[in-house]
Ligand binder design. Structure first.
Ligand code: DGT
Ligand code: MG
Ligand code: MG
Ligand code: MG
Length: 269
């Protein structure tokens, strides 16, 4: 086809190809979820419906898009790690980011009612996105460790904060003052001595966030087959191996996780 005189406008498009051989991380985060959580009466500090909906959306993203090796989520954020060798959309950063964020946002609305049975969705939620490239496995592990450490710090703080407000009747300002300058050990001690809570017994999903990985699972199903020499159909059990996205709530800061699942960082990834 002949070129039109307008074709030159394409030259204004900027190249956003991601550097080769790097892990491509897309992190999304709910826009103004402080307000969104208030308006939709999220339980404080952790709402299981909200956390499970986030994970359902992230599973959808992993299943619908190509080349995601692992994802990690907590609070109103999720990080998706694309394989180093991914050639998806010629590694264009804008394609990765927009596909992840739009698929996630539409899933959030689509699956809302499955998780928030009697709570109506009051307005359309939004999510921001960013892309970061990590050249080494250690950088990637440190990135994920950073997000999990963030989850721990925030969750410990929020757990004590809301105990002081909900159980001891402190105002938010008083609770904030009480926690000013306290270390992790102090917060654990307040929880234990004042509320009889051992922080280590709090649900893993709250303390560790959610890791999504691909796992082979065996599925047994019954199938009707017709044998050549017989006239009637017979029901037989067949086992199929499928790869599914599985949620885990485990530590990813230590080496154990990476030793248990070496395929995540494997060279051909
Ligand atoms: P942003 O991200 O700058 O647009 O603003 P926010 O308000 O989304 O701030 P962010 O992302 O730093 O903090 C997440 C907010 O989401 C935080 O205010 C608490 C809220 N949130 C997330 N998960 C839950 C939950 O399970 N329960 C409750 N009550 N709030 C939650
Ligand atoms: Mg933010
Ligand atoms: Mg947010
Ligand atoms: Mg956030």
């Amino acid at each position: 086809m002949a070129k039109s005189k307008f074709e030159y406008v394409r030259d204004f498009e900027t190249d956003d190809t991601c550097l080769p051989n790097c892990w491509i991380v897309v992190r999304l985060d709910g826009r103004n979820f402080h307000r969104f959580a208030e308006q939709h009466e999220f339980k404080k500090p952790n709402d299981d419906r909200a956390l499970h909906l986030m994970t359902k959306c992230a599973q959808t993203v992993m299943q619908e898009l190509e080349d995601i090796a692992i994802a990690y989520g907590q609070s109103d954020e999720y990080s998706f790690v694309f394989k180093k060798k991914s050639k998806w959309f010629k590694r264009r950063a804008s394609k990765f980011m927009t596909h992840v964020v739009s698929q996630f946002a539409s899933s959030y609305v689509f699956y809302w009612k499955d998780y928030f049975k009697d709570q109506q969705l009051l307005y359309p939620p939004g999510f921001d996105g960013r892309i970061v490239l990590y050249p080494s496995n250690q950088n990637l592990k440190d990135y994920l460790s950073w997000r999990q450490a963030d989850c721990h710090i925030n969750n410990l703080y929020n757990t004590v904060f809301w105990m002081l407000v909900q159980r001891s009747g402190l105002t938010p300002v008083q609770a904030q003052d009480r926690l000013q300058g306290t270390l992790a050990g102090d917060k654990n001690e307040i929880l234990f001595s004042e509320f009889n809570i051992n922080y280590n017994n709090e649900p893993l999903m709250y303390r560790k966030g959610t890791v999504l990985i691909w796992q082979k699972v065996n599925e047994v199903m019954t199938k009707k087959i017709k044998l050549p020499k017989e006239s009637e159909e017979k029901e037989v059990e067949v086992t199929r191996t499928r790869t599914k996205v599985v949620p885990l709530h485990c530590d990813i800061i230590g080496e154990q996780f990476w030793e248990e699942y070496p395929e995540i960082l494997a060279e051909d990834s």
